[in-house]
Design a protein. Structure first.
Length: 240
């Protein structure tokens, strides 16, 4: 579709600023995405975008409206547009390549907008669900992340010597042990006491440290479902 120049009545030779699409129209997170829509107003002014006569069919997602721009007492003719409404999702993604075993930090995350109808799987929708995790496989930067792509970083390796801590309200004991399996923070693993050879169930509390309890049997923390992605609405439109 060719760009349209609208006659504003501005004298010849007046410098003009082009105001393109992608303007917020009805509510927070709703934008008009019309790359072929050009409205011209005097340069150096703050244009006001007006949208009226907006109609929307919720069943088909189709809409139509009139768009105009005004600045410095100069207004453009109204341009009729038609288009379709698409639900947009803000998804956290990795901003750089992170190897399996490397923990994801806040600085490694950015946000992208994705059309909801183009997602056929469940993806992580909150950056907090990425922080502290590590990829199970290589994930390309900018690629939506599935919950199954992540795991908690291993802080104790199988065969590693660990400190076994037994803590109660009136008791604090330590002993040396050996990890019989890999363990992540908060995970229950099997360890053996290097002195007595006794097998124990312990919870990983830090690199090289596991804990026992006299009050309860340690168990892995329950998995929490990832927070749903925040959705916005984006309008894809064209002028007529």
């Amino acid at each position: 579709m060719e760009n349209m120049q609208v006659d504003t009545g501005v004298p010849a030779g007046t410098a003009l600023t082009v105001v393109n699409g992608n303007r917020t129209i009805t509510q927070d997170g709703t934008t008009l995405d019309a790359t072929d829509l050009h409205l011209f107003v005097p340069a150096g002014t703050a244009p006001a975008i007006a949208i009226d006569a907006l109609t929307y069919d919720s069943r088909s997602g189709r809409l139509s409206a009139y768009v105009a721009a005004s600045a410095a007492d100069t207004a453009t003719d109204r341009v009729r547009i038609t288009g379709r409404v698409h639900r947009m999702l803000d998804l956290p993604v990795l901003s750089r390549a992170i190897a399996p075993g490397e923990a994801i930090a806040e600085r490694d995350i950015e946000t992208i907008a994705v059309r909801g109808d183009r997602l056929s799987q469940t993806f992580v929708g909150d950056a907090a669900d990425l922080v502290g995790k590590t990829p199970k496989r290589s994930i390309r930067p900018g690629e939506p992340v599935r919950p199954s792509d992540l795991q908690t970083p291993v802080v104790i390796r199988k065969g590693e010597l660990v400190t076994i801590v037994l803590r109660d309200t009136t008791l604090f004991l330590t002993a040396q042990g050996k990890a019989l399996e890999d363990g992540a923070q908060g995970q229950a693993i099997h360890v053996s006491n290097t002195r007595s050879g006794k097998l124990l169930d312990a919870t990983v509390t830090a690199p090289g440290t596991v804990a026992l309890s006299l009050l309860q049997v340690a168990s892995p923390p329950s998995a929490t479902s990832p927070r749903p992605p925040q959705s916005v609405t984006r309008v894809s439109a064209r002028k007529e």
